[in-house]
Design a protein around this ligand. Structure first.
Ligand code: OOG
Ligand code: NI
Length: 452
Protein backbone atom coordinates (compact mmCIF):
# COMPACT_ATOMS: atom_id res chain seq x y z
CA UNK A 1 0.00 0.00 0.00
CA UNK A 2 1.47 3.39 -0.93
CA UNK A 3 1.19 5.92 1.82
CA UNK A 4 -0.48 9.16 0.78
CA UNK A 5 -0.06 12.64 2.15
CA UNK A 6 -3.43 13.99 3.33
CA UNK A 7 -5.13 16.61 1.15
CA UNK A 8 -5.05 18.95 4.19
CA UNK A 9 -1.28 18.67 4.32
CA UNK A 10 -0.95 19.32 0.58
CA UNK A 11 -3.19 22.38 0.95
CA UNK A 12 -1.03 23.73 3.74
CA UNK A 13 2.16 23.19 1.75
CA UNK A 14 0.54 24.86 -1.25
CA UNK A 15 -0.79 27.88 0.64
CA UNK A 16 2.57 28.41 2.29
CA UNK A 17 4.40 28.16 -1.03
CA UNK A 18 1.89 30.59 -2.54
CA UNK A 19 2.36 33.02 0.33
CA UNK A 20 6.16 32.87 0.02
CA UNK A 21 5.93 33.49 -3.73
CA UNK A 22 3.55 36.42 -3.30
CA UNK A 23 5.78 37.99 -0.66
CA UNK A 24 8.60 38.01 -3.18
CA UNK A 25 6.40 39.35 -5.95
CA UNK A 26 4.58 42.00 -3.89
CA UNK A 27 6.69 43.25 -0.96
CA UNK A 28 3.75 45.24 0.47
CA UNK A 29 2.02 41.93 1.14
CA UNK A 30 4.85 40.97 3.52
CA UNK A 31 4.45 44.32 5.25
CA UNK A 32 0.73 43.71 5.61
CA UNK A 33 1.33 40.25 7.10
CA UNK A 34 3.58 41.83 9.73
CA UNK A 35 0.98 44.43 10.60
CA UNK A 36 -1.80 41.84 10.84
CA UNK A 37 0.31 39.57 13.09
CA UNK A 38 1.09 42.56 15.34
CA UNK A 39 -2.57 43.62 15.61
CA UNK A 40 -3.80 40.05 16.17
CA UNK A 41 -1.27 39.57 18.97
CA UNK A 42 -2.32 42.84 20.60
CA UNK A 43 -6.00 41.88 20.43
CA UNK A 44 -5.37 38.46 21.98
CA UNK A 45 -3.27 39.96 24.79
CA UNK A 46 -5.87 42.60 25.55
CA UNK A 47 -8.80 40.16 25.46
CA UNK A 48 -7.96 36.80 27.10
CA UNK A 49 -11.62 35.74 26.95
CA UNK A 50 -11.58 36.09 23.17
CA UNK A 51 -8.32 34.14 23.01
CA UNK A 52 -9.93 31.36 25.00
CA UNK A 53 -13.05 31.34 22.85
CA UNK A 54 -11.00 31.16 19.67
CA UNK A 55 -8.89 28.37 21.12
CA UNK A 56 -11.90 26.28 22.11
CA UNK A 57 -13.44 26.84 18.67
CA UNK A 58 -10.27 25.58 16.97
CA UNK A 59 -9.70 29.00 15.41
CA UNK A 60 -6.56 30.03 17.20
CA UNK A 61 -4.20 27.57 15.52
CA UNK A 62 -5.55 28.31 12.09
CA UNK A 63 -5.45 32.08 12.48
CA UNK A 64 -1.77 32.54 11.58
CA UNK A 65 -2.11 30.26 8.54
CA UNK A 66 -5.37 31.65 7.31
CA UNK A 67 -5.43 33.20 3.84
CA UNK A 68 -7.59 33.48 0.82
CA UNK A 69 -6.34 34.17 -2.66
CA UNK A 70 -8.03 35.21 -5.88
CA UNK A 71 -7.50 34.26 -9.51
CA UNK A 72 -9.32 34.86 -12.78
CA UNK A 73 -9.41 32.45 -15.69
CA UNK A 74 -10.50 32.89 -19.28
CA UNK A 75 -12.06 29.70 -20.63
CA UNK A 76 -14.26 26.85 -19.44
CA UNK A 77 -11.63 24.11 -19.53
CA UNK A 78 -9.32 26.19 -17.35
CA UNK A 79 -12.02 26.25 -14.69
CA UNK A 80 -12.64 22.54 -15.20
CA UNK A 81 -8.96 21.75 -14.66
CA UNK A 82 -8.77 24.04 -11.61
CA UNK A 83 -11.57 22.06 -10.00
CA UNK A 84 -9.44 18.93 -10.40
CA UNK A 85 -6.29 20.70 -9.19
CA UNK A 86 -7.95 22.04 -6.04
CA UNK A 87 -9.56 18.68 -5.33
CA UNK A 88 -6.06 17.24 -4.83
CA UNK A 89 -5.78 19.68 -1.89
CA UNK A 90 -9.20 18.84 -0.49
CA UNK A 91 -10.92 21.97 -1.85
CA UNK A 92 -14.38 22.02 -3.46
CA UNK A 93 -16.28 24.75 -5.26
CA UNK A 94 -18.74 26.40 -2.88
CA UNK A 95 -21.25 29.05 -3.98
CA UNK A 96 -21.99 30.90 -7.20
CA UNK A 97 -21.33 34.66 -7.40
CA UNK A 98 -22.66 36.70 -10.31
CA UNK A 99 -20.55 39.85 -10.53
CA UNK A 100 -21.96 41.12 -13.81
CA UNK A 101 -24.50 43.06 -11.72
CA UNK A 102 -21.62 45.17 -10.48
CA UNK A 103 -20.19 45.81 -13.93
CA UNK A 104 -17.54 43.09 -13.70
CA UNK A 105 -17.77 40.60 -16.61
CA UNK A 106 -17.12 37.47 -14.55
CA UNK A 107 -18.89 34.88 -12.48
CA UNK A 108 -17.17 33.13 -9.63
CA UNK A 109 -16.98 30.46 -6.97
CA UNK A 110 -14.77 29.82 -3.97
CA UNK A 111 -12.65 26.69 -3.79
CA UNK A 112 -12.31 25.76 -0.14
CA UNK A 113 -12.24 22.84 2.29
CA UNK A 114 -15.68 21.90 3.60
CA UNK A 115 -15.30 19.55 6.58
CA UNK A 116 -14.94 21.00 10.09
CA UNK A 117 -11.62 19.22 10.68
CA UNK A 118 -10.23 20.27 7.33
CA UNK A 119 -11.34 23.86 7.99
CA UNK A 120 -9.68 23.98 11.36
CA UNK A 121 -6.45 22.53 9.95
CA UNK A 122 -6.23 25.13 7.23
CA UNK A 123 -9.18 27.01 5.72
CA UNK A 124 -7.23 28.20 2.64
CA UNK A 125 -9.69 29.44 0.01
CA UNK A 126 -9.33 30.68 -3.55
CA UNK A 127 -11.94 33.04 -4.99
CA UNK A 128 -12.00 31.96 -8.63
CA UNK A 129 -13.59 33.93 -11.43
CA UNK A 130 -14.35 32.90 -14.98
CA UNK A 131 -14.36 35.62 -17.62
CA UNK A 132 -17.60 36.00 -19.56
CA UNK A 133 -16.47 36.82 -23.06
CA UNK A 134 -20.10 36.92 -24.19
CA UNK A 135 -20.37 40.22 -22.30
CA UNK A 136 -17.85 41.90 -24.63
CA UNK A 137 -19.91 43.89 -27.14
CA UNK A 138 -17.57 44.03 -30.10
CA UNK A 139 -17.80 40.65 -31.91
CA UNK A 140 -14.39 41.00 -33.52
CA UNK A 141 -12.68 41.71 -30.23
CA UNK A 142 -14.59 38.89 -28.58
CA UNK A 143 -13.33 36.49 -31.21
CA UNK A 144 -9.77 37.78 -30.95
CA UNK A 145 -9.84 37.23 -27.16
CA UNK A 146 -11.28 33.73 -27.55
CA UNK A 147 -8.60 32.91 -30.09
CA UNK A 148 -5.78 34.07 -27.79
CA UNK A 149 -7.20 32.04 -24.93
CA UNK A 150 -7.62 29.02 -27.17
CA UNK A 151 -3.87 28.90 -27.71
CA UNK A 152 -2.75 28.92 -24.11
CA UNK A 153 -2.33 26.18 -21.56
CA UNK A 154 -2.07 27.56 -18.04
CA UNK A 155 -1.03 24.23 -16.51
CA UNK A 156 2.39 22.60 -16.72
CA UNK A 157 2.58 19.06 -18.12
CA UNK A 158 3.93 17.98 -14.72
CA UNK A 159 0.90 19.40 -12.90
CA UNK A 160 -1.43 17.66 -15.33
CA UNK A 161 0.35 14.33 -14.83
CA UNK A 162 0.24 14.59 -11.03
CA UNK A 163 -3.46 15.53 -11.02
CA UNK A 164 -4.19 12.46 -13.17
CA UNK A 165 -2.07 10.39 -10.85
CA UNK A 166 -3.85 11.64 -7.70
CA UNK A 167 -7.23 10.88 -9.26
CA UNK A 168 -6.24 7.39 -10.40
CA UNK A 169 -4.34 6.30 -7.30
CA UNK A 170 -6.47 8.18 -4.77
CA UNK A 171 -3.66 10.36 -3.46
CA UNK A 172 -0.03 11.49 -3.75
CA UNK A 173 3.10 10.33 -1.97
CA UNK A 174 5.17 12.78 0.04
CA UNK A 175 7.57 13.41 -2.80
CA UNK A 176 4.79 13.67 -5.39
CA UNK A 177 2.95 16.14 -3.17
CA UNK A 178 6.00 18.40 -3.08
CA UNK A 179 6.32 18.22 -6.84
CA UNK A 180 2.61 18.87 -7.25
CA UNK A 181 2.93 22.03 -5.16
CA UNK A 182 5.85 23.32 -7.23
CA UNK A 183 4.23 22.46 -10.55
CA UNK A 184 0.80 23.87 -9.73
CA UNK A 185 2.30 27.04 -8.28
CA UNK A 186 3.66 27.79 -11.78
CA UNK A 187 0.12 28.48 -13.01
CA UNK A 188 -0.27 31.37 -10.54
CA UNK A 189 3.07 33.07 -11.01
CA UNK A 190 3.32 36.63 -12.31
CA UNK A 191 4.76 37.00 -15.81
CA UNK A 192 6.27 40.29 -16.86
CA UNK A 193 5.79 39.62 -20.53
CA UNK A 194 2.35 39.83 -22.02
CA UNK A 195 1.41 37.27 -24.67
CA UNK A 196 0.07 39.96 -27.01
CA UNK A 197 1.27 43.14 -28.68
CA UNK A 198 0.52 46.56 -27.31
CA UNK A 199 -2.36 47.29 -29.68
CA UNK A 200 -4.17 44.10 -28.71
CA UNK A 201 -3.64 44.81 -25.02
CA UNK A 202 -5.03 48.32 -25.48
CA UNK A 203 -8.11 47.13 -27.34
CA UNK A 204 -8.92 44.53 -24.69
CA UNK A 205 -8.18 46.99 -21.91
CA UNK A 206 -10.57 49.39 -23.55
CA UNK A 207 -13.33 46.74 -23.52
CA UNK A 208 -12.71 46.21 -19.79
CA UNK A 209 -9.51 46.26 -17.74
CA UNK A 210 -10.34 42.86 -16.41
CA UNK A 211 -10.51 41.40 -19.91
CA UNK A 212 -6.94 42.55 -20.56
CA UNK A 213 -5.83 41.13 -17.24
CA UNK A 214 -7.25 37.71 -17.98
CA UNK A 215 -6.52 37.40 -21.69
CA UNK A 216 -3.09 39.00 -22.19
CA UNK A 217 -0.96 36.86 -19.90
CA UNK A 218 0.35 33.34 -19.79
CA UNK A 219 -1.69 32.37 -16.78
CA UNK A 220 -4.02 33.46 -13.97
CA UNK A 221 -1.50 35.27 -11.74
CA UNK A 222 -2.62 35.30 -8.14
CA UNK A 223 -3.97 38.84 -7.72
CA UNK A 224 -4.07 39.04 -3.92
CA UNK A 225 -3.63 36.93 -0.81
CA UNK A 226 -5.63 37.95 2.21
CA UNK A 227 -4.72 37.31 5.84
CA UNK A 228 -7.42 37.26 8.51
CA UNK A 229 -7.28 39.86 11.23
CA UNK A 230 -9.06 40.09 14.57
CA UNK A 231 -9.34 43.87 14.30
CA UNK A 232 -9.76 45.14 10.78
CA UNK A 233 -10.30 48.75 11.88
CA UNK A 234 -6.92 48.74 13.66
CA UNK A 235 -5.17 47.30 10.59
CA UNK A 236 -6.92 49.84 8.34
CA UNK A 237 -5.67 52.65 10.60
CA UNK A 238 -2.16 51.17 10.77
CA UNK A 239 -1.69 50.84 7.03
CA UNK A 240 -0.61 54.41 6.11
CA UNK A 241 2.23 54.38 8.67
CA UNK A 242 3.62 51.41 6.77
CA UNK A 243 3.36 53.11 3.42
CA UNK A 244 0.19 51.27 2.37
CA UNK A 245 -2.88 53.19 1.16
CA UNK A 246 -6.15 51.42 1.93
CA UNK A 247 -9.39 51.93 0.02
CA UNK A 248 -11.69 54.40 1.72
CA UNK A 249 -14.32 52.14 3.27
CA UNK A 250 -14.47 48.68 4.74
CA UNK A 251 -16.83 46.35 2.85
CA UNK A 252 -19.46 44.32 4.66
CA UNK A 253 -21.24 44.81 7.97
CA UNK A 254 -20.22 47.51 10.47
CA UNK A 255 -18.03 46.90 13.51
CA UNK A 256 -20.08 45.09 16.17
CA UNK A 257 -19.71 43.25 19.45
CA UNK A 258 -20.73 40.03 17.71
CA UNK A 259 -19.00 40.11 14.32
CA UNK A 260 -21.12 39.06 11.34
CA UNK A 261 -20.07 37.35 8.12
CA UNK A 262 -17.10 39.11 6.62
CA UNK A 263 -15.52 42.57 6.65
CA UNK A 264 -12.86 43.37 4.06
CA UNK A 265 -10.65 46.20 2.93
CA UNK A 266 -7.93 46.36 0.31
CA UNK A 267 -5.05 48.51 -0.86
CA UNK A 268 -4.62 49.70 -4.41
CA UNK A 269 -3.15 47.59 -7.17
CA UNK A 270 0.49 48.10 -8.00
CA UNK A 271 1.50 49.53 -11.32
CA UNK A 272 3.88 46.93 -12.67
CA UNK A 273 6.14 47.12 -15.72
CA UNK A 274 5.33 44.68 -18.50
CA UNK A 275 6.70 43.88 -21.96
CA UNK A 276 4.52 43.46 -25.01
CA UNK A 277 5.13 41.07 -27.89
CA UNK A 278 6.45 42.59 -31.10
CA UNK A 279 3.49 43.23 -33.43
CA UNK A 280 5.13 41.52 -36.37
CA UNK A 281 8.31 39.76 -37.42
CA UNK A 282 9.40 42.94 -39.08
CA UNK A 283 9.53 44.90 -35.84
CA UNK A 284 12.99 43.61 -34.98
CA UNK A 285 13.65 45.39 -31.72
CA UNK A 286 11.15 43.30 -29.80
CA UNK A 287 8.04 44.52 -28.09
CA UNK A 288 7.39 47.81 -26.40
CA UNK A 289 7.18 48.16 -22.66
CA UNK A 290 4.18 49.33 -20.67
CA UNK A 291 2.54 48.82 -17.34
CA UNK A 292 -0.32 46.83 -15.92
CA UNK A 293 -2.20 47.07 -12.63
CA UNK A 294 -3.78 43.95 -11.28
CA UNK A 295 -2.22 42.85 -8.07
CA UNK A 296 -3.23 44.27 -4.73
CA UNK A 297 -3.53 43.51 -1.03
CA UNK A 298 -6.53 42.81 1.13
CA UNK A 299 -7.34 41.97 4.74
CA UNK A 300 -10.45 40.52 6.25
CA UNK A 301 -12.20 39.86 9.54
CA UNK A 302 -14.57 36.92 9.80
CA UNK A 303 -17.65 36.56 11.98
CA UNK A 304 -20.76 34.42 12.32
CA UNK A 305 -22.22 32.48 9.40
CA UNK A 306 -25.83 33.57 8.92
CA UNK A 307 -28.86 31.43 8.14
CA UNK A 308 -30.97 32.33 5.08
CA UNK A 309 -33.14 34.40 7.45
CA UNK A 310 -30.11 36.22 8.90
CA UNK A 311 -28.64 36.70 5.46
CA UNK A 312 -31.86 38.18 4.11
CA UNK A 313 -31.82 40.69 6.98
CA UNK A 314 -28.14 41.45 6.30
CA UNK A 315 -28.81 42.02 2.59
CA UNK A 316 -31.76 44.26 3.36
CA UNK A 317 -29.86 46.41 5.89
CA UNK A 318 -26.81 46.68 3.65
CA UNK A 319 -29.02 47.83 0.77
CA UNK A 320 -30.66 50.36 3.09
CA UNK A 321 -27.27 51.82 4.03
CA UNK A 322 -26.03 51.85 0.43
CA UNK A 323 -29.06 53.72 -0.85
CA UNK A 324 -29.20 56.17 2.07
CA UNK A 325 -28.77 59.75 0.96
CA UNK A 326 -26.05 61.95 2.42
CA UNK A 327 -22.32 61.33 2.36
CA UNK A 328 -21.77 59.51 5.63
CA UNK A 329 -21.78 55.85 4.54
CA UNK A 330 -20.30 54.52 7.77
CA UNK A 331 -22.91 56.35 9.84
CA UNK A 332 -25.70 55.06 7.61
CA UNK A 333 -24.33 51.53 7.87
CA UNK A 334 -24.15 51.66 11.67
CA UNK A 335 -27.69 53.06 11.86
CA UNK A 336 -29.10 50.43 9.50
CA UNK A 337 -27.52 47.59 11.47
CA UNK A 338 -29.10 48.68 14.73
CA UNK A 339 -31.94 46.46 13.51
CA UNK A 340 -29.67 43.37 13.61
CA UNK A 341 -29.45 41.88 17.13
CA UNK A 342 -25.92 42.22 18.50
CA UNK A 343 -26.10 39.52 21.11
CA UNK A 344 -25.27 35.87 20.39
CA UNK A 345 -28.10 34.37 22.38
CA UNK A 346 -30.66 36.57 20.61
CA UNK A 347 -29.15 35.75 17.22
CA UNK A 348 -29.41 32.08 18.12
CA UNK A 349 -32.96 32.17 19.43
CA UNK A 350 -34.14 34.16 16.41
CA UNK A 351 -32.48 31.70 14.03
CA UNK A 352 -30.25 34.36 12.45
CA UNK A 353 -26.92 32.52 12.67
CA UNK A 354 -25.57 28.96 12.70
CA UNK A 355 -24.04 27.56 15.86
CA UNK A 356 -21.99 24.61 17.04
CA UNK A 357 -23.31 23.05 20.23
CA UNK A 358 -20.98 21.45 22.74
CA UNK A 359 -21.19 20.16 26.30
CA UNK A 360 -19.38 22.46 28.70
CA UNK A 361 -18.30 19.50 30.82
CA UNK A 362 -18.52 15.89 29.62
CA UNK A 363 -18.99 14.75 33.24
CA UNK A 364 -22.25 16.68 33.73
CA UNK A 365 -25.03 14.32 32.68
CA UNK A 366 -27.56 15.53 30.12
CA UNK A 367 -30.92 13.93 29.45
CA UNK A 368 -32.54 13.29 26.06
CA UNK A 369 -35.74 14.84 27.43
CA UNK A 370 -34.16 18.28 27.85
CA UNK A 371 -34.43 20.91 25.12
CA UNK A 372 -31.41 22.63 23.68
CA UNK A 373 -32.57 25.93 25.16
CA UNK A 374 -32.92 24.34 28.61
CA UNK A 375 -29.45 22.77 28.37
CA UNK A 376 -27.96 26.11 27.43
CA UNK A 377 -29.90 27.93 30.15
CA UNK A 378 -28.51 25.63 32.84
CA UNK A 379 -24.99 25.89 31.45
CA UNK A 380 -24.57 22.24 30.42
CA UNK A 381 -24.24 23.10 26.74
CA UNK A 382 -22.62 26.06 25.06
CA UNK A 383 -23.31 27.43 21.61
CA UNK A 384 -20.52 29.02 19.56
CA UNK A 385 -21.29 30.69 16.24
CA UNK A 386 -19.96 28.96 13.13
CA UNK A 387 -17.44 31.12 11.34
CA UNK A 388 -18.40 32.36 7.89
CA UNK A 389 -16.08 30.61 5.44
CA UNK A 390 -17.38 32.16 2.21
CA UNK A 391 -17.56 35.49 0.39
CA UNK A 392 -20.09 38.25 -0.18
CA UNK A 393 -21.00 39.31 -3.71
CA UNK A 394 -21.47 43.02 -2.91
CA UNK A 395 -18.14 43.11 -1.06
CA UNK A 396 -16.39 41.19 -3.82
CA UNK A 397 -17.73 43.69 -6.34
CA UNK A 398 -16.42 46.52 -4.15
CA UNK A 399 -13.00 44.87 -4.02
CA UNK A 400 -12.95 44.38 -7.80
CA UNK A 401 -14.10 47.97 -8.34
CA UNK A 402 -11.52 49.50 -6.01
CA UNK A 403 -8.96 48.22 -8.45
CA UNK A 404 -10.65 49.32 -11.64
CA UNK A 405 -11.08 52.83 -12.96
CA UNK A 406 -14.34 54.39 -11.86
CA UNK A 407 -15.50 54.48 -15.47
CA UNK A 408 -15.61 50.71 -15.86
CA UNK A 409 -18.65 50.58 -13.61
CA UNK A 410 -22.00 48.97 -14.42
CA UNK A 411 -22.33 48.41 -18.14
CA UNK A 412 -23.97 45.02 -17.83
CA UNK A 413 -27.45 44.05 -16.81
CA UNK A 414 -27.71 41.37 -14.14
CA UNK A 415 -27.59 38.02 -15.88
CA UNK A 416 -26.49 35.21 -13.68
CA UNK A 417 -25.75 32.06 -15.60
CA UNK A 418 -25.06 29.46 -12.99
CA UNK A 419 -25.83 26.66 -15.40
CA UNK A 420 -23.07 27.70 -17.81
CA UNK A 421 -20.69 28.13 -14.90
CA UNK A 422 -21.36 24.66 -13.55
CA UNK A 423 -21.10 23.22 -17.03
CA UNK A 424 -17.61 24.72 -17.34
CA UNK A 425 -16.68 23.61 -13.85
CA UNK A 426 -17.85 20.08 -14.60
CA UNK A 427 -19.75 19.83 -11.31
CA UNK A 428 -22.45 21.65 -9.39
CA UNK A 429 -21.22 24.19 -6.82
CA UNK A 430 -21.97 23.28 -3.21
CA UNK A 431 -24.57 25.25 -1.29
CA UNK A 432 -22.97 27.19 1.59
CA UNK A 433 -26.15 27.22 3.69
CA UNK A 434 -26.45 23.45 3.44
CA UNK A 435 -22.85 23.08 4.63
CA UNK A 436 -23.35 25.27 7.72
CA UNK A 437 -26.69 23.60 8.44
CA UNK A 438 -25.05 20.17 8.32
CA UNK A 439 -22.24 21.23 10.66
CA UNK A 440 -24.80 22.56 13.15
CA UNK A 441 -26.92 19.40 12.84
CA UNK A 442 -23.87 17.18 13.42
CA UNK A 443 -23.10 18.97 16.67
CA UNK A 444 -26.72 18.48 17.84
CA UNK A 445 -26.60 14.80 16.85
CA UNK A 446 -23.42 14.38 18.93
CA UNK A 447 -25.24 15.87 21.94
CA UNK A 448 -28.15 13.52 21.40
CA UNK A 449 -25.77 10.55 21.36
CA UNK A 450 -24.12 11.78 24.55
CA UNK A 451 -27.55 12.07 26.18
CA UNK A 452 -28.17 8.44 25.20
C1 OOG B 1 -11.58 38.90 -6.64
C2 OOG B 1 -12.26 39.98 -5.84
C3 OOG B 1 -13.14 39.40 -4.74
C4 OOG B 1 -13.03 38.99 -2.22
O1 OOG B 1 -12.31 38.75 -1.23
O2 OOG B 1 -14.23 39.27 -2.12
C5 OOG B 1 -12.39 38.96 -3.55
C6 OOG B 1 -10.68 39.42 -7.73
O3 OOG B 1 -10.36 40.62 -7.75
O4 OOG B 1 -10.26 38.60 -8.56
O5 OOG B 1 -11.27 38.58 -3.57
NI1 NI C 1 -10.30 38.75 -1.73
Amino acid sequence: MPSFVSPDEIRTRFSQAMSAMYQQEVPQYGELLDLVAEVNQAVLTADPALAERLASNGELERLGLERHGAIRVGKPDELFMLRRLFAVMGMSAVGYYDLSVAGVPVHSTAFRPVGSDALSRNPFRVFTSLLRLELIDDPELRERAADILEHRDIFTPGARRLIDKAERAGGLSDEEADRFVLESLESFRWHRSATVDRATYRALHEAHRLVADVVCFKGPHINHLTPRTLDIDAVQRGMPARGITPKATIEGPPRRRCPLLLRQTSFKALEEPIMFQAPSLRAQAGGASGSHTARFGEIEARGAALTPKGRALYDQLLEQARTATGGDYEGALARAFEAFPDELETMRREGLAYFRYRRTDPKTPISPAETLDALIARGAVEATPLIYEDFLPVSAAGIFQSNLDGDSRAHYAANANREAFEQALGAPVLDEFALYGEAEARSIAALARAAG
